[in-house]
Design a protein around this ligand. Structure first.
Ligand code: ADP
Ligand code: MG
Length: 261
């Protein structure tokens, strides 16, 4: 039976800075549901990326997870077991995520190896995955290197690779930040299809409130390592409570007017 809820609770992340212990994330709890998008918003440096890294067990050295639990449905699951199979992940700046001397086929092979997934034909599986994310000429992509692809194409490839393990959930950390406006829209369209067609549950880390208005069902607002407000998207825009949320919404409305949908 497909599991419909991923519950992440009580994440605490610390680091040592100048001989002192600094708390980067303090008691972060979120729950991501199949077929829904939870947006995680907040100023730069508020702890969004480090939280994702904490949940997926890929924290940089010198940064430590002190607490935190994950449950899939009602079963506890280790963070290491989440990555790839349960939660696919994509990041900002797709170009930096690829090795410049490796072809797309080699990247896919590495991804599958890390996942421990085997396909009868690697090429067929990857071509299907590339076609699924809307890449033209998916077969022709296999032999290409990162420099031969645009940022938007690389982001599609990153999404395709994240989906190779067929995870029910996706963490997308600023997936559109480094892309131009038209491509941003295409990537948001693609994320929307993953929700509607595959019933995926997405954690969308972003500072783009336009993208939030369009895609999110619920919004969690983060400030200095803590969630300061969590509410359905309509409530966030219509009646933001916390000053951080009010500022985010006000900044968005002053740029784009009252159109939030
Ligand atoms: N490798 C690291 N070592 C120490 N501190 C870090 C490291 N990476 C991020 N931080 C700190 O963690 C905080 C949150 O960073 P981050 O999660 O990247 O913010 P966001 O993604 O919300 O912009 C920041 O204060 C940042 O300086
Ligand atoms: Mg970040």
């Amino acid at each position: 039976m497909p599991v419909s809820t991923l519950t992440l609770s009580d994440l605490r992340i610390t680091t040592h800075q100048g001989g002192k212990l600094r708390t980067l994330v303090d008691g972060l709890s979120l729950s991501v549901q199949a077929g829904r998008v939870l947006a995680l918003v907040g100023a730069s440096g508020s702890g969004k990326s480090i939280s994702c890294a904490g949940w997926l067990d890929v924290l940089p050295s010198g940064v430590k997870r002190e607490m935190g639990q994950a449950r899939l449905g009602d079963k506890a699951i280790s963070f290491a077991a989440l990555r790839g199979r349960v939660v696919g992940s994509i990041m900002q700046n797709p170009r930096s995520a690829f090795n410049p001397v490796m072809t797309m086929r080699a990247h896919a092979r590495e991804t599958l190896k890390a996942l421990g997934v085997e396909y009868a034909s690697l090429d067929d599986a990857v071509i299907a995955a590339f076609a699924d994310v809307g890449l033209d000429d998916p077969a022709g992509m296999l032999g290409l290197h990162p420099f031969e692809l645009s940022g938007g194409m690389l982001q599609r490839v990153m999404i395709a690779l994240a989906l190779l393990g067929n995870p029910p959930f996706l963490f997308a950390d600023e997936p559109t930040t480094d892309l131009d406006l038209v491509v941003q829209k295409h990537i948001l369209d693609l994320l929307e299809t993953l929700v509607t067609r595959r019933n995926m549950g997405i954690l969308l880390v972003t500072h783009d409130m336009g993208g939030v208005a369009r895609l999110a069902d619920d919004v969690a607002v983060m400030d200095q390592g803590r969630i300061v407000e969590m509410a359905p998207v309509a409530q966030i825009f219509a009646a933001p409570e916390h000053v951080i949320t009010r500022n985010l919404v006000a900044a968005h409305l002053s740029l784009y007017g009252q159109e939030v949908a």
